[in-house]
Every structure is written in structure tokens, then in C-alpha cells.
Design a protein around this ligand. Structure first.
Ligand SMILES: [Zn+2]
Length: 438
């Protein structure tokens, strides 16, 4: 709009000027140059001067553009180079995520060439070296990253993860100290502190790490309680190993305050109460543990606490125990075994019939043989002790690496994962029946 108005004003002025000169044809200018005498109409002179001014404006504009050209070309080349670099970086990260070592390596080289040593290219290069199995090269890149303030933290993290994988505790401690100075509350530092505290049995260190993770909303309240229960139970097992049963019971109580359904803590607390001479308390805790998950160890603890004096007292104790979890496979097995040991053929036959014949982790066929012997010879050939039974002892298995452990542990000794060791999961003992449509 403003341009149009300006144009209109200029056009009107020119028309008026032309009109003025055409009304006065005798306005002329005279020149004398190189011996020539020139007589020009004044209006023509003014228009010629305007024309020269206009042409000069254009020439000046073109001159400026030409001077600026090389800088602009260079700028465009830089932008294009950067764009190609970012594309290589993206493709490299995608290859890393997809676990494609060759592609990651190729894109890492391309990104480094195009973008030079930015934090992202250094990280990509180091991680692609790791993916290619070249830990030494990865270490070199991570070391290089620790020297620049903006990449130091990432480099330290890479080196720390390598130290964890190599099990180099001293190196890891040093790296954690350096990383803590940069960002003391980074999630991976707190997670590593939790794992290391558990591994070395430092309950307070583990508790501190959990509280800091929870206060930064990196753990839910439930997850924090599970972890605190894990740390307390670990301390309880350590105290039990040292023969300090009072301390064992105390740690178990704190663990169960955090997570009442934590089976290792409940089973161990029953055991600790026997050692402390509280048989009644031990039976109560063992019964609660049986309700969570029946195991051979809990049955032994219960029988030890019940101290049966003869076979009928043992059978009564077994009945007492299995009422906490009637339908469980181990309950049904114990009922059958107690009936055989007591010489009660009918009850034994009925209890064996109630056991699944195949695929059960308990020795059903051994029970059948014992019942057959009882029928033909009138005696049970292999009776267990008054505080014994023939339930199988199940291994504690690490869910992360599959290693079997002789007892429960907070941290897997094989793979270093915390909270991964548990009893093997069994298929449901009574699969739900399909009801016909009504
Ligand atoms: Zn493991």
C-alpha cells in the first residue's frame, strides 16, 4: 500500500515536471566542451540525469551482491554439511538401537567427518565401537569425552558401565566419585550406588540410595518399599550366616514392615524365631509363609517348631500347616505322605488321587510305590524323620541370567542384578476350567 502511494506520488511529480517543461520549450542549457557547443532542451537534461541516477542504483546493487556471493555460498555449504551430518548421526543412533554394528560404525564415521567432535558424535562413535566388540576403542573415546566439560559426564558414565561389566570395583568407585561431582543425583549414579551397597552389604548406603531415588520420583512408593524390604532381608541373611539370630529377626521384621508379602523375609523370620526359642511365633510365621508360597524349607521350619513326639502328632502338625494353603500342590503332597506314614491307607489313596500324575515337580510315583508297599507288607519302606518330609528343595533362580543359587540372595553373584532371585514359577496347579456357554 505504502509502495503504491509512493509510486503514485513519484508518477504525478514526473508528469507535472514533464508538463512544466513542455509548456516552456525555450528553457535550454548550453555547454562548451572540447570546442563543441551544445544546446540542449532543459527538460531532456533533467530526464537524462534521472536515467543516469537510476542506472547507477542498479549497478551499485549488483556490485554489492557479487561481493557478498562467496560468503553466502560458504554458508549454504556449511548448512548442507551440517544437515548431512545430523542425518548420519540419526541413522547411526537408529543402527545402534537396532543392534547393527556395521551400519552404526559407518554412520559414526560419516557423522564425525561432517560434524567433527560434538558430544553426540563422540558418544555414537564410542557406542558403535562397543557394539563392534572393540572395548579398547570405546574406552579411548570415553576417555576423550571426559576431557571436555560438556561431554565429561557422558564419558564417565560410559567408563563406569565398562567397569561394572568388568567387575572392576576400585575403578568404578573412582569414576563414581568424579561423576558425583558433576551431577550427584543422576539416576544411574543412584541406581549403581544401590546395587553396590547391596553387593557389599551396606544397608545404610542402599537405604540412602532408595530414598534419594524415591524423592526424585524415579521410584514409585511401592517400588521403594520393595527395595527397602530387599535390603533389610539381605542384612537378615548376612546376620543369620554370622549366627546372630536376634539381629536376623530384627531385620526380617523391618523387611516385613515394608513388604508383608516378601516370602524370603517371612520364611527366614520363622527360622530365626526357632533359634531364639519362640516356637509358637515360629509356627505362626511359617504358616503365613506357607500361605504365600509353600516350600520344603518352610515345612521343615514348621515341623521343627511343632516338635512332634510321635507319628500322629506329626500328622496333626502337617494338618495344622497345610490349612494355611489347602489347594497347593505341596499341601496335597504332605497330606498324602503323612497318611502313608501314619498307616492310613484310605486317606493316603484319596490324597494321592488328588495329586496331578504328570508334570508335577513332586515325586508322585515314589508316593504310589510307598502306598503299594504299605498295602502288601503293612509298612512304609522309607518313612521320613518326625521333623522331616520328602518335598523337593527348589532352587532359587535368577530371572535375569537363569543361574540357580543354593539360597536366596539380594544380588545375583553371576550377573550382578539386584532383586532378580526368586523361586521358579510353577504353572497353575488347578487350571481354570472352561465353562460351556449357557
Ligand atoms: Zn543373575
Amino acid at each position: 500500500m505504502i509502495r503504491f502511494l509512493l509510486f503514485a506520488v513519484v508518477a504525478v511529480a514526473l508528469v507535472l515536471l514533464a508538463l512544466l517543461f513542455s509548456q516552456n520549450p525555450d528553457w535550454t542549457a548550453r555547454f562548451e566542451a572540447f570546442g563543441y557547443r551544445l544546446t540542449l532542451h532543459f527538460g531532456l537534461l533533467v530526464f537524462a540525469a534521472l536515467l543516469v541516477l537510476w542506472a547507477f542504483g542498479w549497478i551499485y546493487f549488483l556490485f554489492r551482491r557479487t561481493l557478498a556471493m562467496p560468503a553466502e555460498v560458504a554458508r549454504n555449504a556449511r548448512i548442507s554439511r551440517q544437515n548431512r551430518g545430523y542425518k548420519a548421526l540419526t541413522q547411526g543412533l537408529v543402527a545402534l538401537a537396532a543392534g547393527d554394528p556395521d551400519e552404526a560404525d559407518k554412520q559414526a564415521r560419516r557423522a564425525t567427518k561432517l560434524l567433527e567432535d560434538t558430544p553426540a558424535t563422540l558418544l555414537l562413535t564410542a557406542q558403535s565401537a562397543q557394539l563392534n566388540g572393540d572395548e579398547e576403542a570405546a574406552t579411548r573415546y570415553f576417555e576423550a569425552m571426559t576431557e571436555e566439560p560438556e561431554t565429561a559426564f557422558l564419558g564417565l558414565r560410559g567408563l563406569a558401565m565398562q567397569a561394572i561389566a568388568q567387575g572392576d570395583r576400585r575403578r568404578l568407585d573412582g569414576l563414581l566419585d568424579r561423576a558425583r561431582k558433576i551431577r550427584p543425583n543422576a539416576p544411574w549414579i543412584l541406581e549403581t550406588e544401590f546395587d553396590l551397597s547391596l553387593q557389599s552389604g551396606q544397608l545404610d548406603g542402599a537405604q540412602r540410595a532408595v530414598k534419594r531415588l524415591a524423592s526424585r520420583h524415579l521410584l514409585t512408593a511401592g517400588e521403594a518399599r520393595t527395595r527397602l524390604a530387599l535390603a533389610e532381608t539381605d542384612s537378615a541373611f548376612r546376620a543369620a550366616e554370622a549366627g546372630n539370630w536376634r539381629k536376623t529377626a530384627e531385620h526380617c521384621r523391618k523387611a516385613l514392615d515394608e513388604d508383608a508379602n516378601f516370602l524370603p523375609a517371612r520364611a527366614l523370620s520363622a527360622r530365626a524365631q526357632i533359634e531364639l526359642g519362640n516356637a509358637r511365633k515360629a509356627k505362626e510365621l511359617a504358616g503365613q509363609a506357607w500361605a504365600l508360597r509353600p516350600t520344603a524349607g518352610i515345612a521343615t521350619t514348621f515341623l521343627l517348631a511343632a516338635k512332634p513326639v510321635d507319628i500322629s502328632a506329626k500328622r496333626a502338625a502337617i494338618t495344622d500347616l497345610i490349612q494355611h494353603n489347602e489347594g497347593a500342590l505341596f499341601s496335597r503332597f504332605l497330606r498324602a505322605e503323612a497318611a502313608i506314614e501314619a498307616g492310613d491307607r484310605e486317606a493316603a489313596a484319596a490324597a494321592i488321587d488328588a495329586l496331578p500324575a504328570t508334570g508335577a515337580p513332586v515325586g508322585v510315583s515314589a508316593l504310589v510305590l510307598r502306598l503299594d508297599a504299605l498295602r502288601s507288607r503293612g509298612v512304609d519302606p522309607t518313612p521320613s524323620a518326625l521333623t522331616g518330609h520328602s518335598l523337593p528343595v527348589e532352587p532359587q533362580v535368577c530371572l535375569a541370567c537363569g543361574t540357580e543359587h543354593d539360597r536366596w540372595r539380594a544380588v545375583c553373584e553371576n550377573c550382578g542384578t539386584s532383586g532378580s532371585i526368586t523361586l521358579p514359577t510353577r504353572p497353575p496347579e488347578d487350571p481354570p476350567r472352561m465353562l460351556p456357554p449357557t
